[in-house]
Design a protein around this ligand. Structure first.
Ligand code: C2O
Ligand code: CU
Length: 456
């Protein structure tokens, strides 16, 4: 098997007693794709922007004309977008209005341990919690989501997800498309029961209804000019294989920010939690052109070219060099697989289910390491690997060269059946315990997670 040939629908574990999904009947391209609202700070100081959000249930219109119950940040099914700047702190006060604990992890964030949203570090019902993000990292498309132990899969599936975008001065100087022409698009799967409610306790393989910013097959009107799209796969377990009907997209960034130079692509593999940024120049197309962004042969979103527009943005031939990698001094092995011998499947990392009282690896601050991450399941099942705190680089796959989707700074990487990925990572400034896990959230929630402690 190779990651390049990854199926659109990754094999999953069917649940016992799963209720069948009922696919909603929707006429494609009749609903406009919303862009998640950018949250305004509740307060601004000399050094920080302070935001407030409440975690609460809400009803939202996913299927046209129908209300579906979801869980939200701030009442919105795709949570409000936080716009941060490198070097300027963001502080967010989250209130928990659910009747169960919740928390918030900034995925891809270089975050002090106390604000990382560790699975055991929860916001109890009725409580508030301040998360402090120093944003000491370069521009990148991050996202925030629930990470409460055992509940992360259900919470995220029901809607606890949103964008957190970091901009930096050097990136701004490149004059890539910005403002209304810089559009985050959250792609995720979903499934519904016969009452049009989200079906979490079904077979993940039946999550075939793909949402773009919370809508089913929406359209998005564009002008004849360049756009920057920040694509996130927020599915719990789904590999997307995205194309624009054979048209060329310029890939400019991976999980952790800009690539050294734009890469022309016609297809992109995006596993759960991965991000990719593209620039598409619609000036190539006459007004009236319609371009479908599809997952394999299934359209998920249509771009309708409807007008001309002035374009002073650029797509420079070079973007930003990747940071140099110090030489690695430690090698480790991370094996990910299931134990299927008992009543219910248990997720394992190096043979053990997650135990918050156990430190799996201790790392001395400042150390550069190479981890060989292996999908050791003996049957065909996908995993992904996600490390908190640091962006890593994929230096090899199955002992050979990395794949196109492994390029650049990464925090999540696809681990198809029987494959292995070699990553190199430097643990920089922060100390404490951080988890690494399979980002198929059903897998992490049943144990496929472990933790590293960074020590002085
Ligand atoms: Cu996106 Cu540990 O998570
Ligand atoms: Cu997994």
């Amino acid at each position: 098997a190779t990651g390049a040939a990854a199926p659109s629908r990754a094999p999953g574990l069917a649940r016992k007693g799963a209720v069948p999904a009922v696919a909603p009947v929707v006429t494609p391209f009749t609903v406009k794709m919303p862009v998640p609202q950018v949250l305004q700070p509740a307060q601004t100081t000399a050094t920080a922007d302070i935001y407030k959000m409440v975690i609460k249930p809400a009803a939202t219109e996913i299927i046209p004309g129908v209300a579906t119950q979801v869980l939200t940040y701030g009442g919105q099914f795709v949570g409000p977008t936080i716009r941060a700047k490198t070097g300027r702190a963001v502080k967010i006060v989250y209130g928990n209005s659910l009747d169960m604990p919740a928390n918030v992890h900034l995925h891809g964030g270089h975050t002090p341990a106390t604000s990382d949203g560790h699975p055991m570090d929860l916001i109890q019902p009725g409580q508030v919690r301040l998360y402090d993000y120093p944003n000491k990292q370069q521009g990148a498309t991050l996202w925030y989501h629930d990470h409460s132990h055992h509940m992360e899969a259900e919470h995220v599936f029901r809607g606890l997800h949103g964008f957190y975008l970091i901009d930096d001065a050097a990136e701004k100087a490149l004059r890539l498309p910005s403002g209304a022409y810089d559009v985050p698009i959250m792609l995720r799967d979903s499934a519904f029961d016969e009452n049009n409610e989200l079906l979490f306790f079904g077979d993940p393989a039946e999550r075939t209804t793909i949402l773009a910013n919370g809508k089913i097959k929406p359209y998005f009107q564009v002008a004849r000019r360049k756009y920057r799209f920040r694509l996130l796969n927020a599915s719990n377990e789904h590999v997307f294989k995205l194309n624009l009907g054979g048209e060329t997209m310029m890939k400019i960034a991976s999980d952790g920010g800009l690539l050294p130079a734009p890469v022309p692509v016609t297809e992109m593999v995006l596993a759960s939690a991965e991000r990719v940024e593209i620039v598409v120049d619609f000036a190539r197309y006459p007004i009236g052109t319609r371009l479908e962004l599809s997952n394999g042969s299934d359209p998920v979103l249509r771009f309708d070219v409807t007008k001309n527009a002035y374009d002073d943005s650029l797509l420079p031939a070079t973007l930003r060099p990747l940071p140099a990698m110090p030489a690695a001094t430690v090698n480790r092995e991370v094996r990910m697989n299931f134990d299927l011998s008992g009543e219910a499947p248990v997720g394992l990392v190096n043979g053990l289910p997650y135990d918050p009282s156990r430190v799996d690896f201790q790392v001395k601050r400042g150390t550069t390491e190479i981890w060989n991450v292996i999908n050791t399941d003996t049957f065909d099942i996908d995993h992904t690997f996600h490390l908190h705190l640091e962006q890593f680089r994929v230096i090899g796959r199955n002992g050979g060269p990395p794949l196109p989707q492994d390029q650049g700074r990464k925090d999540t990487v696809h681990l198809p059946p029987h494959e292995s990925v070699q990553i190199q990572v430097t643990f920089g400034d922060y100390l404490g315990k951080y988890v690494y896990h399979c980002h198929y959230l059903e897998h992490s929630s049943i144990g496929m997670m472990a933790q590293v402690e960074i020590v002085p």
